[in-house]
Design a protein. Structure first.
Length: 298
């Protein structure tokens, strides 16, 4: 069984999922390793079942907050960090379409203290305000999500099951619905935020400007964030068009202080994307199941 879950409530920065798995790769329980790592989370944790049927682990499953977060307060922020974040936020608002490819890793802390690492690659196709496709391939999770403006569809390619719910509206509203109604979230969702400045500064104690560094071969502004339960870092490109290039999250209150790392491999902004790109493609040999909201008894 997975390790005991820690419970908490409120809305905050990251929503850490269950990191202590103790199952060999390939075990179905190991799907919990595909963590929720977004900048909207640690505060509104619910530890309840999400799904009917055979228990499809859709995007990110299980888990709970480490501890309850305090009410949001204005963080102590270095002026340079504030400037970079505001520039990034304004830039993000201008991007109406994009294809983003990210690679991420998550530490899985074992009972004996060893750390295993699991990796995924995700490709996000974005057409604001209400269309999104996310294809995930990796050690634990192989799934596809479509948001076509009318319907939200999630397909688990390994388990051969899928689920559909009416579209909640915009991309941001879809991300919130997955998180708040179904206790699921989407890795890389922070890159989709309508207001990344607000997302990054909520439930944060301090933000430091470390200086110029590199994410891959790209020169970036390096920012460090301190929170009650989680610390995280961002690398934001230092050119005329600031974009998020890398993020590292440290779950400092979990045993072994596991880390989640996400690096942008490709970001094609302003891409010409047709509506057909968001049409779900369901194989014939998969079974449809229903999602169970977390506040509704099974």
């Amino acid at each position: 069984m997975a390790a005991a879950r820690r419970r908490g409530r409120g809305r905050g920065v990251f929503r850490p999922r269950q990191v202590h798995i103790h199952h060999p790769p390939g075990d179905s329980a190991n799907a919990n390793v595909d963590e929720l790592h977004t900048l909207k989370g640690v505060r509104n944790m619910k530890v309840k079942s999400m799904l009917l049927g055979i228990g499809l682990l859709l995007l990110i499953v299980g888990g709970a907050a480490i501890h309850s977060q305090e009410p949001p307060q204005t963080p102590v922020m270095a002026p340079e960090a504030q400037t970079v974040l505001r520039q990034l936020s304004e830039r993000n608002k201008q991007v109406k379409s994009a294809v983003i490819r990210v690679a991420d890793t998550i530490d899985d802390v074992q009972a004996d203290g060893r750390k295993l690492q699991f990796a995924h690659v995700r490709e996000l196709t974005i057409l604001r305000p209400d269309k999104l496709k996310v294809e995930t391939t990796g050690d634990v999770t192989n799934r596809t999500l479509w948001l076509d403006g009318k319907t939200l569809t999630v397909l688990d390619r390994d388990k051969k099951v899928y689920a559909q719910v009416p579209s909640p509206g915009t991309i941001s509203q879809a991300v919130d619905t997955l998180q708040d109604k179904y206790n699921m979230s989407l890795p890389g969702a922070d890159l989709l935020s309508d207001d990344i400045y607000k997302t990054m500064t909520e439930s944060c104690d301090a933000i430091s400007y470390i200086g110029l560094g590199y994410a891959g071969d790209e020169k970036c502004h390096h920012l460090a964030f301190t929170g009650p339960n989680i610390d995280w870092q961002m690398w934001i490109s230092a050119g005329a068009k600031p974009t998020t290039r890398k993020m590292v999250i440290t779950y400092k209150r979990l045993p072994g202080q596991p880390q989640y790392t996400m690096q942008v491999l490709k970001a094609e902004e302003g891409a010409k994307i047709k509506d057909a790109a968001f049409k779900c493609e369901i194989p014939k040999d998969v079974e449809k199941i229903e999602l169970q909201p977390v506040n509704q008894p099974q």
